[in-house]
Write a protein that binds this ligand. Sequence first.
Ligand SMILES: C[S@@+](CC[C@H](N)C(=O)[O-])C[C@H]1O[C@@H](n2cnc3c(N)ncnc32)[C@H](O)[C@@H]1O
Length: 278
Amino acid sequence: MTIAELLAEARALLKPREGMLFPEREARAFLAWLLGKDEAFVLAHPEHQVPEALVIRFREMVARRGKGEPFHLIVGFCPFFGREFAVAPGVLIPRPETELLLSAVLRLPLPPHPRVLDVGTGSGVLAVSLKCELPKATVVASDVSWQALHLARKNADKHQVTIGLALAHLASAWRGPFDLVVANLPYLPEAMRHRLPPELAFEDPRALFAGENGLTLVRSLIQDLPRLLEARGFAALELGEGQASVLISALPPQLEPQDVVYDLRGVERVLLLRKKQR
Ligand SMILES: C[S@@+](CC[C@H](N)C(=O)[O-])C[C@H]1O[C@@H](n2cnc3c(N)ncnc32)[C@H](O)[C@@H]1O
């Protein structure tokens, strides 16, 4: 079968909806990945004959995608900040919003050998990217999920960096002091559990929900920041809509807000905090 015929088949099966805005683009990306080419090749060669074994795999991938399975879980990897990370069932697929957090912390005036903690590391995207970007940093991370820690280790090995990992609630395994604490903890309110796009049903609920207003875990971590942070140390927290202002209004006295980073939709996505001198 040709590329054009396979894309027409996929078009009939995959329709745009929340969670899959550009199905044709996803189908092209599946084909490009299977053929070991880029999407420009798929666009430019509709007449190209696809080997039968790849046709079968393409149809399987499209069928899985049609049932809501996320694109990156099907191909087994996800790009993040210019690097490729392994993904696996049960561990949150890295989101583009989290790249905002990473960009923001890379602009901070950190010491030459920063001590960094990543709380709720998931696939390890933040911990591993930080160690890659700041090779002189000491990076440690925690999560409550064994699957997440296993995947974070795999991603650290893939990028040939060393990070410390602990199975622990929030930062309970670490003493500090740290120059930087980053966290993309679950921040969705429980009430959202029943009105999510199908893709999120493939994620571990522990990676998504945090109490009635989504802030249970982030609030606990913020209370622990005065213990964890070095004087003048920073924390960067990824958040959902409207959460930054709620948190800023009830900070422990040792902390001050440093900045809020907005995403392209105008959501207060990253809250930067700093520990006061004393
Ligand atoms: C939204 S995911 C983010 C994963 C990763 N940091 C990222 O940015 O892709 C939240 C992660 O926090 C972990 N988590 C949930 N509750 C936790 C807790 N009490 N202590 C530590 N980690 C927790 C989840 O297992 C999940 O891996």
